[in-house]
Design a protein around this ligand. Structure first.
Ligand code: GLU
Ligand code: MG
Length: 462
């Protein structure tokens, strides 16, 4: 329920860029191992570890691995290994394990950038933005559940007092969870992430921690690291941090709202800020960006809401608090939380509310940025904003205004992704095919299972 991009931007701390100097610096801090980290299709971190004296070799690409071992990396068992080339600027000493340093890596094959690397896919679109004179700034709001597994195996909030039907901003629930929250927030701040707010969210056991926006690549690296760190810290408190988009049918889901703006690459000034005489809290350039994102929204959805479960979050009903707060239509508008793209009252940025916390942030932000840049290149017009509660508009009124639904299932989203040429050009052929194949299989696996709901409803019904 809090929004980023109103807080000052944090620039990554200055670390030595020379490999030997970085090794010495880390060694002096007590680091004994370095991780060359990379992600699978889901944006889940994997790594190879080296003793710290091997850091210069690791930075030169010594760490090879076989992509076929990871979900959705388009390599066969017979293919040559890819090399993880860490980005020294991403060096992060684990706050809960300060003898280990983590470095986000780009993948290379045969000495060339590996086309299907998630981080490099974002890097390529980031370069396109730079060529147009833009820097993409992103703040991701992290919503997630922290739960306890009880003796009988059921999952419940960590605090037995966290039982309200409308638990948003619940102070007792927050205070009862403050031990692990404090550890998490301190850890984030020790990394210079500048947490500016955290709260109990609208589901029992659900929380949100918000920190300063950054350059898109830094923010994507941070989200990967954040999920790892929250899981590790929760686990040390006997708890489970879950980034499943909608763990409970009757509680709100976990979004990962993307707060976005373009800055002038040279001056740093925010190009989404309205100029004198422009209304709606946003510039003409931002309106073009919006139009590009809306045009590709169904395909983008497949990437920012990438699971079967994601679509159980993007609904109007399904929360005992009264609201899901999640978008259902392809729309943009003012501070209104029923829109897919919200322009917060503070203005000068866009919030995409369709994204959920299970997304691979490299792929999600790459496609979002590419769509926005297309809107700018083609000078697209998003039409009038939706200023009304989209949940309560009649179907006729929605039709009159041209408000169409976001995909209702992963299958619909993947069909849109597969049919959208922008997706192939952003992902590259191999990753595009891998994504479609993997996600179609995920849908088929789900459709091939029979749920308890179905048995209860149909077993003796006919
Ligand atoms: N949890 C809601 C979601 O799924 C968002 C609540 C909020 O506006 O912060 O997206
Ligand atoms: Mg929230």
């Amino acid at each position: 329920m809090v929004s980023s991009l109103t807080q000052p931007q944090v620039t990554p701390g200055s670390l030595p860029s020379d490999p030997a100097a970085l090794r010495d610096h880390l060694q002096r801090r007590g680091v004994r191992y370095a991780l060359a980290s990379f992600v699978d299709l889901h944006g889940i971190g994997k790594a190879k570890a080296v003793p710290i004296d091997h850091l210069p070799d690791m930075l030169a690409g010594s760490e090879l691995f076989t992509g076929a071992a990871l979900d959705g990396v388009p390599q066969d068992v017979t293919d040559d290994e890819v090399a993880a080339i860490p980005d020294p600027a991403s060096t992060t000493v684990l706050p809960w394990r300060p003898d280990v340093a983590w470095l986000a890596s780009d993948l290379h094959l045969h000495g060339q950038p590996f086309e299907a690397c998630s981080r490099s896919i974002l890097g390529r679109v980031r370069q396109q933005a730079a060529a147009m004179g833009f820097r993409f700034q992103l703040g991701i709001e992290t919503e997630f559940f922290v739960l306890r597994r009880s003796a009988d195996g059921t999952l419940e909030p960590a605090s037995h007092r966290d039982t309200l039907d409308k638990p948003c901003y619940d102070l007792i629930g927050l205070l009862d969870n403050l031990d692990w929250l404090d550890e998490l927030v301190q850890a984030m701040n020790s990394l210079g992430w500048s947490v500016y707010s955290f709260d109990h969210e609208d589901g029992n056991g659900q929380f949100e921690v918000d920190f300063a926006y950054a350059d898109v690549l830094t923010m994507a690296d941070r989200l990967i690291f954040f999920r790892l760190m929250a899981k590790e810290i929760a686990q040390r408190h006997g708890l489970i941090a879950s980034f499943m988009p909608k763990p409970f049918a009757n509680r709100t889901g976990s979004g990962a709202h993307y707060n976005m703006s373009l800055a002038d690459l040279n001056s740093g000034s925010n190009l989404f800020a309205p100029e004198a005489g422009e209304d709606g809290g946003i510039s003409q350039l931002a309106r073009q960006f919006i139009a590009g994102v809306l045009r590709h929204a169904p395909a983008i959805c497949a990437v920012i809401a990438p699971t079967v479960n994601s679509y159980k979050r993007l609904v109007m009903q399904g929360s005992m608090s009264g609201f899901t707060w999640a978008p259902v239509f392809i729309s943009y508008g003012n501070n209104n939380r029923t829109n897919m793209l919200r322009i917060p009252s503070a203005g000068s940025r866009l919030e995409c509310r369709a994204a959920d916390i299970s997304c691979n942030p490299y792929l999600g932000s790459a496609l979002m940025l590419a769509a926005g840049l297309e809107g700018i290149r083609k000078q697209l017009d998003p039409g009038p904003p939706n200023l009304d509660n989209a949940y309560t508009l009649s179907p006729e009124e929605r039709q009159r205004r041209g408000l169409t639904l976001l995909p209702r299932t992963l299958e619909e989203a993947i069909d849109s992704f597969a049919a959208d040429p922008l997706c192939r050009s952003v992902f590259g052929d191999a990753m595009f095919d891998a994504f479609v194949t993997y996600k179609r299989q995920e849908w088929a696996d789900y459709h091939g299972s029979i749920s308890e709901w179905e048995r209860q409803r149909y077993l003796e019904f006919f």
